[in-house]
Write a protein that binds this ligand. Structure first.
Ligand code: ADE
Length: 467
């Protein structure tokens, strides 16, 4: 990923971002940082870039010309996402960091003095972003803050097992307290549970501390968390039918758009899907109407609607012109015990497996593959050092993509791959589930053999006609 920073102080940006994790990420070619001195582009023979504001007022403004020319030199004819770093912008948060991390190139424009001539901002800026309600002397520090938050989401920048996307601000909760050696320091001991080795108990303890901390210092986040918990409870009345929506909320991915009784609507940005369930056609009609009128706004134009009732499938087709792409049933693994994995050589796939994956998974492109390895959940079964099959987690959180080479079928490799993935997900305290095409009897048999429960009800995936 490439970051371009348009600034009057390029050395400040370079010094701040060339060390530690981001310095290493640049050396490894995972990110590149290009600090552009706006002054290099001024046509003024004294190197001036600022002037007095028309109409009077304190201070000086950066003029349009040098900013525009610096931008043109960087963009080279492309239209790049360009962030103007300003206290007048939207407040930066983790969600925005995730969205920006999806771009290949980003331009940051740092203001100084009293700001920048509005006319050039109108021409080049796509996003106005602030880092908080306070005023700094310039945009360099805020740009560096944002670049740090975005760059750590680029695959490979942090070399931890599970993705950075699943950790802090997970599920609207703040992080729990952490402890390291020694177990006793200044007369204070580490909580016993953390020394117990019991991961289930540890996860439970951590979650409780996160909730406690969030309630104490961030009532805004806590209110969102509570609303989601209530929706999960309602969905849990028909758990097998709603496992996908419950897991999206539990894993911190879904944004709750609507919840009343057993009628729930949520949106997941990662897969670009709006998920709906309604207890009656009347309630379903009301929800669809709220989406259409904008009284319950969708955060972006969805790529999918995923609905649990046939009447909702009808409403969505009519209201949005989407058509049914998949008809599935859900299967979930709710047993306590981990599964036996017979095939011993199963490991995470990395970029080297791209060709193999693309050859054998007809529904995914390169972007999807990269995204799935970044999620940390794409595993291959290896024989004599080469992959002979794979399985992964889709962007909606369901298990899928299961593939085993013809020559290796009938040997239990598919079951091993799925069992392995189920065990990994259970370690995170997630409930593993998958969507099985309604007509795929072989897959249904595999799910039942592994001990997953199949839901008798159908869910529908609706997409745009042209996709
Ligand atoms: N420039 C000055 N103060 C700022 C802030 N709080 N956020 C973004 N840019 C700024």
């Amino acid at each position: 990923m490439k970051f371009h920073v348009l600034t009057l102080f390029p050395e400040m940006v370079l010094q701040g971002l060339n060390t530690s994790i981001l310095g290493r990420a640049q050396e490894n070619g995972l990110i590149s940082l290009h600090a552009v001195d706006i002054r290099d582009y001024t046509l003024d023979k004294h190197g001036k870039v600022d002037d007095y504001p028309y109409g009077g007022g304190a201070g000086m403004l950066i003029q349009a010309q040098p900013v525009y020319d610096a931008y043109q030199a960087v963009a080279a004819g492309k239209r790049l996402r360009t962030i103007y770093v300003t206290p007048q912008g939207k407040t930066f948060n983790q969600r925005m960091a995730e969205e920006f991390a999806g771009e290949e190139e980003l331009v940051f424009l740092c203001g100084h003095y009293e700001g920048i001539d509005e006319r050039v901002l109108e021409e080049i800026v796509t996003d106005n972003v602030s880092i908080g309600d306070y005023v700094l002397t310039g945009g360099e520090l805020p740009a560096m803050v944002m670049i740090d938050a975005i760059a750590r989401l680029v695959p490979g920048v942090l070399n931890n097992e599970t993705s950075a996307r699943t950790e802090s601000f997970y599920n609207d909760l703040l992080e729990y307290p952490q402890y390291s050696r020694p177990a006793l320091w200044h007369g204070k001991s580490v909580p016993d549970v953390l020394l117990s080795g019991n991961h289930k108990e540890i996860n439970k303890w951590r979650r409780e501390r996160s909730v406690e901390r969030t309630a104490a210092v961030r009532p805004d986040l806590y209110a969102r968390y509570q609303a989601k918990e209530k929706a999960i409870l309602s969905l849990g009345h028909h758990k097998r039918e709603h496992i996908h929506m419950m897991e999206l909320l539990r894993r911190g991915n879904g944004e709750l758009l609507y919840h009343k009784d057993e009628n729930v609507m949520l949106y997941d940005r990662e897969c670009g899907a709006c998920f709906l369930t309604a207890s009656t056609p009347e309630a379903g009609e009301k929800m669809t109407a709220a989406l259409l009128s904008g009284s319950c706004p969708l955060p972006e134009a969805p790529r999918w609607f995923v609905v649990c009732q046939d009447f909702l499938a009808d409403f969505i087709q009519e209201a949005f012109g989407f058509r049914i792409f998949h008809q599935c049933c859900q299967a979930c693994y709710t047993r306590k015990e981990p599964l036996l994995v017979r095939h011993k050589d199963i490991r995470r796939l990395d970029e080297g497996a791209k060709g193999y994956f693309l050859e054998n998974y007809p529904y995914g492109d390169e972007g999807y593959f990269m995204d799935r390895i970044a999620s940390g959940f794409l595993y291959g079964a290896f024989v004599e050092g080469r992959p002979v099959g794979f399985i992964g987690l889709h962007d909606d959180g369901s298990m899928g993509m299961l593939y085993v080479e013809e020559a290796y079928r009938g040997k239990g490799l598919g079951a091993s791959l799925e069992a392995y993935l189920i065990n990994r997900l259970r370690e995170l305290d997630w409930t593993p589930y998958c969507h099985v095409f309604s007509e795929n009897e072989a897959s249904k048999n595999l799910q039942e053999k592994l001990g997953l429960y199949l839901s008798g009800d159908t869910i529908w995936w609706l997409g745009r006609e042209e996709d």
